[in-house]
Design a protein around this ligand. Structure first.
Ligand code: AMP
Length: 178
């Protein structure tokens, strides 16, 4: 599912911001994609094609996972469920903690919005260490649903993100890698 034309357009559009938000981080700014509706549509088509006929719902990770995740869900006519950072959702919800380089983070999901046995796409804009996505996938499993697929616009090489997702035994799609 490699799309060389789309990869080239995205490489020309996504901006690399060195040393943001911390020294040593190469921040990938995806916001210029939204200035080009045709390109945005191509991104959604690519991501939707990967998941078409294979999922029952999309779970998107706050906040950039919403920017594409909702459009994927609409294109495939399946529900979209938000995975939020701690403290934003009213009860009932379940939570999953995960470790960061310094300290820890927690994400939450309303209970009852995905159903046991449903095939779920877990989506975010970018896969780095995989910590956030791993925690999101655990929230899906805790509710008896099946982690069927992962998709991202960008995968960062050398960060072992994909290695961390192997435990879920689900295909991983990244449009491009850096
Ligand atoms: P991780 O849990 O390490 O896979 O980090 C993934 C999350 O952090 C995603 O929600 C990304 O939006 C964000 N992120 C991590 N590294 C970068 C980066 N270099 N540029 C932009 N966003 C990043």
């Amino acid at each position: 599912m490699i799309n060389p034309d789309l990869i080239r357009k995205l490489e020309d559009t996504i901006q690399n911001v060195p040393d943001f938000p911390k020294p040593g981080i190469q921040f990938k700014d995806i916001t210029p994609i939204f200035l080009d509706p045709k390109l945005y549509e191509e991104v959604i088509q690519d991501l939707a094609n990967f998941s078409r006929g294979k999922i029952d719902a999309v779970c998107g990770i706050e906040s950039r996972g919403y920017l594409f995740g909702i459009a994927i869900a609409v294109a495939l006519e399946v529900p979209f469920v938000l995975i939020r950072k701690k403290g934003k959702l009213p009860p009932p919800f379940i939570a999953e903690k995960y470790e960061l380089e310094y300290g820890s983070e927690e994400i939450e999901m309303r209970t009852g919005q995905i159903k046991p046995g449903q095939r779920i796409l877990v989506h975010d804009d970018l896969l780095a260490t995989g910590g956030t996505t791993e925690a999101a996938a655990k929230l899906v499993q805790k509710q008896g649903a099946i982690v069927s697929q992962f998709s991202f616009l960008i995968g960062l090489k050398g960060m072992d993100g994909e290695e961390r997702l192997k435990q879920f035994n689900a295909p991983v799609h990244k449009i491009l890698e850096y």
